[in-house]
Design a protein around this ligand. Structure first.
Ligand SMILES: NC(=O)c1ccc[n+]([C@@H]2O[C@H](COP(=O)([O-])OP(=O)(O)OC[C@H]3O[C@@H](n4cnc5c(N)ncnc54)[C@H](OP(=O)(O)O)[C@@H]3O)[C@@H](O)[C@H]2O)c1
Length: 329
């Protein structure tokens, strides 16, 4: 059996600075939203984590509610960390989040100080960690004062339970306000995590610019639109795909004729570039240097290999970018 971790792992990956912080993230990060809950085989989850780390992927992204059931991804990850990564904690950036429903009653959701502080304590217990590297507020809360939520992030950083504070799903305007509050508190926002892909370009309408100006990093989640921006669904719905699973977040109805026509056009462009559509989709998100990392999911180690191989074919000509825009119409 080959030794773990791979001695050349840091030569395989590119590391990009998160905004104006001291932290560099791998250009490709791995999210544990799917394929790490209790309904998946732990040996596959283990294989995915080891494979990713072997290829220089040093950042694993979680949230309190990842599973199913909620919390189980953190528990399973904690077990794998203890068993396989004990000697490597300081080589890893581990993030978690709170902001969506986690437990019953008024204190298990949204953005109060009560919820955030209690949720992070639960996450640390589940993962068996003393601290996470990044703690996110998972979504903006329209009813809690932004100051309260940002003070809670500042508080957990000062407690040493998180090294950095971060935001996810905040639209540009609220993100700018939150970033300013955190800066004034002395706990600068490390990174923002928006959904960003060829199919979801809202961050181009101000958010990425805001982050760039504020010196805050940007990590794009679902850069493959959950697998739609790949060759996965070109010949129907494979039995082992996310659409065929009972995912609440991606079902057959979302694979409309119109969307699949766009996928086919993009697939042709990727073939002309000599790469897979998944690779072109990831390179496209990384074309903007203000994007620190693409946050992918994977059900198979070969998908991680595809992503890493993308790094060798990253550049786009103006004509290629225009052709992609046209294919997306
Ligand atoms: N902050 C938030 O609100 C939020 C929300 C969603 C996600 N996230 C984060 O973002 C992470 C990634 O989200 P995501 O899983 O939706 O990302 P994604 O990268 O858009 O989709 C991943 C899925 O695409 C398929 N895939 C990946 N590589 C492939 C390849 N080379 N060829 C063919 N298919 C491929 C796999 O699906 P199959 O299962 O079909 O193989 C894989 O599970 C999550 O784990 C989480 O950490 C954050």
């Amino acid at each position: 059996m080959s030794s773990f971790p791979h001695p050349d792992r840091y030569q395989q990956m590119e590391y990009r600075r998160s905004g104006r912080s001291g932290i560099k993230l791998p250009a490709i990060s791995l999210g544990l939203w799917h394929n790490f809950g209790d309904s998946t085989r732990v040996d596959n989850s283990r294989e995915l984590l080891r494979h990713a780390f072997d290829r220089g992927i040093t950042h694993f992204d979680l949230a309190n509610n990842y599973g199913p059931p909620p919390g189980s991804a953190e528990e399973n990850f904690g077990r794998l960390l203890r068993e396989d990564f004990r000697a490597h904690r300081d080589e890893l950036i581990i993030s978690t989040k709170a902001g969506y429903t986690m437990w019953q009653g008024p204190y298990g959701d949204w953005g109060s100080r009560k919820y955030l502080v209690a949720s992070l304590d639960q996450s640390l217990k589940r993962m068996g960690l003393e601290y996470v590297d990044i703690f996110y507020h998972h979504r903006p809360d329209p009813d809690t004062p932004l100051e309260e939520t940002m003070r809670a992030l500042d508080h957990v950083v000062r407690q040493g339970k998180a090294l950095y504070a971060a935001l996810s799903n905040y639209p540009a305007g609220i993100a700018a306000d939150a970033i300013a509050i955190l800066r004034d508190l002395g706990t600068p926002c490390l990174i923002h995590q928006p959904r960003y892909s060829m199919f979801e370009r809202t961050p181009e309408q101000g958010l990425i610019q805001t982050l760039g100006e504020a010196g805050v990093g940007c990590i794009a989640f679902s850069p493959l639109a959950g697998g739609v921006l790949t060759d996965r669904y070109l010949q129907g719905i494979p039995a082992d795909s996310r659409v065929a699973s009972d995912s609440r977040f991606l079902d057959e109805n979302q694979l409309t004729e119109e969307k699949m026509a766009r996928v086919r056009r993009l697939n042709t462009l990727a073939q002309q570039r000599g790469q897979k559509l998944a690779q072109m989709a990831l390179a496209w998100v990384l074309r903007d240097e203000r994007v620190t990392s693409v946050l992918i999911g994977a059900s198979k180690t070969a998908q991680i290999d595809d992503a890493v191989a993308m790094l060798a074919r990253r550049e786009f000509s103006d004509d290629e970018l225009a052709a992609i825009d046209a294919a997306l119409m």
